[in-house]
Ligand binder design. Sequence first.
Ligand code: SF4
Length: 487
Amino acid sequence: MSTIYQPLPEFAHLDAQDPGLLRAVSEGQARLTPEQGLDLLTNAPLHTLGRYADARCRSIHGDRVRTFIIDRNINYTNICTAKCIFCAFKRKGDEHDAYTLEHEELYQKVQELSDIGGTQILMQGGMNPNLPLDWYLELLNGIRERFPHVKIHAFSPPELIEFVHFFNPPGKTLVEKVQWVLIRLKEAGMGSLPGGGGEIFAPAVRTKIGLGKCDMDAWLQVMYAAHSLGMFTSASMMYGHIEGYADRVHHMRSVRHWQDKAIRDFGTGEVPTQVASDPTVKNPETGGHYLGFISWPFQPDNTALGRLPHWPTADDIDPETGETLPFPGDVVAKLDGSGTKDLDSRFGRRLRLAGSTEYLRTQAVSRLMMDNIYSIGSSWVTMGPHIGQVALRYGANDMGSVMMEENVVSSAGTTYCLDEAVLCRLIRNAGFIPAQRDTVYDVIKTHTGPESPDLKVKDWSEHRTKRLHIESEAEASPTVSVTIGES
Ligand code: SF4
């Protein structure tokens, strides 16, 4: 894994589609500049992107195995102080369907996961001001005591920022305050920090769509604080709404830059020899960094953002020339994130959704741009199983989480539901051996023999794909239903 963390040279003088450049990038010998990344995203043929992203993926992960994890997405509360206009999940505290799960209910969910061989919970919630720090510490301790084999992948940078506001920890800087909170959560059993709430970092976009949610600097500093404590994290991006293409590249370069910083400041997790041999050092706390990245298109159903008019509208036609005016997000977006809404009065009033090819392009560019990130996840939960499968040939090495519930993306209208056998079959039919992994991407079980979840299935009718938001429980198959959560 460590070879991907070497600093790479930029060949800034080369055209983005120069085969020599793309070959060097796919072999891990060169780093794309943001300009080259944008050129690839907007101009390169789809299959060229796929070919080189796949080559890059193979140079990191080999040709044989592609992975998934069995975990459960637990959304402990939907009460939230933020007003993200893309969110169909949040509730105010006084709404009839607002909820906060009791600890015992949460333990029951972890028990159900444990019963099917799950190894991780992804536990996130709204930013709920009613929950004191002790509520979290008691919960984490309770899960760890009851289920020591289950890793707790929990919370997100926006939740951590609200913890700082709610709990008022000591510290001079934001990083110190977040460290204070994280140290306590970690001691209570939290293992790693998911990259939820990444959306799009560029301030012009973020202030429009994520009202009340932390800004880019705070998001990245929370992650840096986690890395300083030796914690692994992930990063995410949600696109295909009001942002421009340059915003996506800016987002990727920001994660890449802070990954460089984490690797430089905290190493890669290999314990230095002199520390390992020093019996007085029990916990060297090295190696915290981003392990994975996943991106997916915005899901518009039941959201305020989804009600924006789709570009181009009649008002986007120049009356003199008859030509279509550019998408306002592209007018505003800058590769350094400095674009402002003043650059186009239509900004934030037009929607440009992303479909399957847009998804594959963006994911392929993320694999090529983010040379220092180990894993790229396929987002079959939003794109469906077959595009999710194709994504394994567009730079993704991981099919994400097989799990038992999902509440956030399904609130916005899209959640596909697959079980472990189907997930294995998708990976195998894409030309790879499916393997169950753990939180840090180590393989737990490689599915090669006749007892593999997919190879022992005789009747696939029990394993058809379901979509949670249109199928009731009564319609669902009696097999364990699994869905995916992302972060
Ligand atoms: S996306 Fe998260 S932070 Fe934003 S309103 Fe929804 S639950 Fe709250």
